[in-house]
Design a protein around this ligand. Structure first.
Ligand SMILES: *Cc1c(COP(=O)(O)O)cnc(C)c1O
Length: 357
């Protein structure tokens, strides 16, 4: 830390992203990326003509991609906001909708970035414990009148709330924003964005990083009332109006022309996920019933850290967390069928070595 750092950031603990080893050394099942490439339309769209246009600023209004999403999701363009990854939107939303008079609440086990954004923007927060089965009890969030942030499906559990439960939360918190982070919704959840027509306090956030195979492009979007979107724009135009680069924008437009391709990938990933869960259960793992592109699993006898280390030494990267309640779990991103075959075989090797030892 330099002696110049503003005092208010001295105690900030930044988010620690999952490892991104360079050079394809590992089978990478640790950061919930898609194992499948972007659609052929995306390959075509990001061409040398677009590279030559890089000399010009990108469209700060994101006009074309907003029109495409508006047609696809059947919501007005005024209700849509695009940003440089959904993390940017989460940060803007904490900045815009929480603060001294409106503290934040989210589950105790969820996306680790929420508390970092709260700290960064000087908002107090309360973490509400998940139930013993790791599900969110929607009743814990009713009538709080605080800035509520819930990932649905939740991460790293993969468990979902129903639209009926979300609607109860919305109804009972009319004075505050309820942000539903749908980073994983395409793998088996149900999006609540149609509820934005009825509730002016709902902000739904999605990303192109997981189901649309574009984590490296950085593109996310929000759907909400025109007024909420205006608020996000106020912050965007006060920080970085050109925050989405041209190549990402054309890639995103092309991705929206390829819904069938991505839906097909999501179906395949969901099928591989359910197969993986069943196989792990046969090997004495407890596995949460995930609706996302990952599984949170714990072996009956092996500590999470040991399993993580053994997998890594055998070339497979998964994710684990030090949070006490889930410290013995590993989170496995669903890869291709072949990657999962190798993962399961490696688990067998690790387990049989243990019994021999
Ligand atoms: C991956 C993830 C994000 C971030 O997505 P980007 O669009 O890549 O910034 C947001 N929320 C949750 C719960 C995630 O897992």
């Amino acid at each position: 830390m330099s002696k110049f750092l503003n005092k208010k950031y001295e105690s900030l603990t930044p988010y620690v992203p999952g490892e991104q080893p360079q050079g394809m050394k590992y089978i990478k099942l640790n950061t919930n990326e898609s194992p499948y490439p972007p659609s052929p339309e995306v390959f075509e769209a990001v061409n040398s003509n677009q590279v030559s246009l890089l000399r010009l600023y990108s469209d700060p209004c994101c006009t074309k991609i907003t029109e495409k999403l508006s047609a696809l999701y059947k919501v007005s363009p005024e209700q849509i906001f695009f940003s440089n990854g959904s993390d940017d939107i989460l940060s803007f939303a904490f900045m815009a909708f929480s603060g001294e008079s409106c503290t934040a609440v989210f589950p105790d086990i969820t996306y680790g970035f929420y508390k970092v954004f709260a700290a960064l923007h000087g908002t107090d927060y309360k973490e509400i414990p998940l139930q013993s089965d790791f599900s969110v009890n929607y009743k814990d969030y009713c009538g709080l009148n605080k800035f509520i942030v819930i990932a649905n499906p939740n991460a790293p559990t993969g468990l979902t709330l129903s639209l009926i439960e979300i609607e109860e939360i919305l109804k009972s918190n009319p004075g505050n924003v309820v942000l539903i982070d749908e980073a994983y919704v395409d793998f088996g959840g149900e999006s609540c964005y149609p509820l934005t027509a009825k509730y002016d306090n709902l902000l739904v956030v999605q990303t192109f990083s997981k189901s649309r195979s574009m984590a490296g492009a950085r593109l996310g979007f929000a759907v909400g009332s025109k007024e909420l979107i205006d608020d996000l724009n106020k912050i965007k135009y006060s920080t970085n109006p050109y925050n989405i680069n041209r190549l990402t924008m054309v890639a995103g437009e092309a991705a929206l022309d390829s819904e069938e391709y991505y839906l097909g990938n999501c179906r395949l990933i969901a099928k591989t996920r359910d197969y993986t869960r069943a196989e792990l259960e046969k090997k004495n793992f407890s596995v949460l019933p995930s609706s996302a592109n990952f599984l949170l699993a714990k072996h009956d006898f092996i500590e999470g850290k040991i399993l993580y280390d053994r997998l890594k030494s055998k070339g497979i990267l998964v994710r684990r967390f030090d949070t006490p309640r889930i410290k013995d779990y590993i989170r496995i991103t669903i890869g291709t069928e072949n990657e999962i075959r190798i993962f399961l075989k490696t688990i067998d090797d690790i387990l049989s070595n243990l019994t021999e030892a």
